[in-house]
Design a protein around this ligand. Sequence first.
Ligand code: SAH
Length: 391
Amino acid sequence: MSYPSLTLLSGRDRSVVNRHPWVFSGAIKSHPKAGLGEIIAVKTNHDQLLGYGFHNPNSRIICRLFEFTSEEREFDREYWIGKVRTAWKLRQRFLPPDTNCFRLLHAEGDFLPGVIADVYGDVLVLQILTKGGELILDHLLEGFQEIGFQNIYLKNKEAAERFEQVNLENGWLRGEGEAERVVREHGLEFRVDFGSGQKTGFFLDQRENRLLLQNVSRDARVLNAFSYTGGFSLYALAGGAAVVDSVDVSSDAVALADENVRRNVPDAKHNAIVADCFDFLRREGNLYDIVVLDPPAFARTPKAVQRASRGYKDLNLHGIKQLRPGGLLFTFSCSGVVDRDLFRKIVFGAAADAGRDVRILHQLSQPFDHPINIYHPEGEYLKGLVLEVGE
Ligand code: SAH
C-alpha cells in the first residue's frame, strides 16, 4: 500500500529536510489527494521520500510528521502499539521513586503529533488534538491495554474539534466511576480531578522543579503565585517552610490546593488565597524568602509575544520586589513561543527595573517524560530560572 504524497517546494522549508516535524502550507508545491487526518508521504521536489505524517489541509501546519524515513513503509496496528511500548519503557526507566503520575505520551516529543497521555495511578487521561490521532485511536487503546491500563478517560480541548474536527466526547473511553484519583508524586499525595480540572488535571511538568523548591524551603516564608492545586506549596511545606501563601484566581483550585496540603501536612501554616496575582503582587506587606511565579501561557501565537512579554516583565518586577534581600525567585514561562533567550531577557529587564543584584542559580526545564525532539525546538515550552535576589 502506498500513501498519497505531498511535494515540497524546492529550497523551501529546509527544516523538514532537517527532521523538523511540521510542514507549513506555504512550503508545498502540490497538495496530496488525501482527507483530513489521513497519513501522507512527504517528498522533496526531487521525489525523494522524507517521511510520513498526518494531513490537515485546513491548517497552517499542513502535515505533522511522525516518522522520518527514506524507505516506503506501512503503518499498521503493530506500529502504533510499538510507539506506546517505546514510550512506556522510557518512563519505566526514569520515573522517580514513590511516584505514580507521569506523562506517557508527549505528542511530537514521542513522535506522535497531537496525542497526549497522562497517567494518574490506574487511570490514563488522554488528549487527542489531531484528526490523525483520532483515526489511530483504537490502536493506541490496544497499546494502553497491553501495558496494563484498563481505565482511559478522554479530556479534550475544545480547539481540537474546531481546528481538527476531532469528533470525540469527553468522558470514559474504558472503565467508569468518579473522574478523579489520589496520586503520589515523590511520596506526596495529591487529589487530581481530571474530570473538571485544567488540562488533564495536574501539572506533571513541574515535578523536578518542585523537588528543588522543597530542598531549599526550610523555615522560609513562601509565596506561590498561580498556585493551581498547590504543587509548589505542598513541596515547600514538606521541606519545612514556615508559612506558604497560595494565590490563584480559581476558587476551586485554591480549595483543592488547601485540601492537598492538609492531606499531607495537617498542621501546615498555609494560607489559601483567591486573588488576581497581578494585584496581589502589588500589595505591600511582609517580604517573602521565596516567591514562585508559574503563570499560564500568556502567548500561544507569535503575534501575541510582545504583549505576553509585558505581562511576564510586570510579574517578575513585582515578584522581585516582594523578596527580602537574599531571597529566591522561582520564575517560569510555559509559552512555547517565548523561547529561553527571550524569557531571560524579559527577566533581565525586570531585575534592572527593580534595581537589585540578581544571580541565576539554576536554569530549569521540563522533565524526561516531556521529551523535546531536538529538531523541534518549539517542544521546549517550559523554561524556568531560580534567581537569588540581593540588595
Ligand atoms: N504552578 C501550578 C500550575 C499553574 S497553572 C502547579 O504547579 O500545579 C496556572 C494557574 O494560574 C491556573 O490555576 C489559573 O487558574 C491561574 N491564573 C491564571 N490567571 C491568573 C491571575 N491573573 N491571577 C491568579 N491566578 C491566575
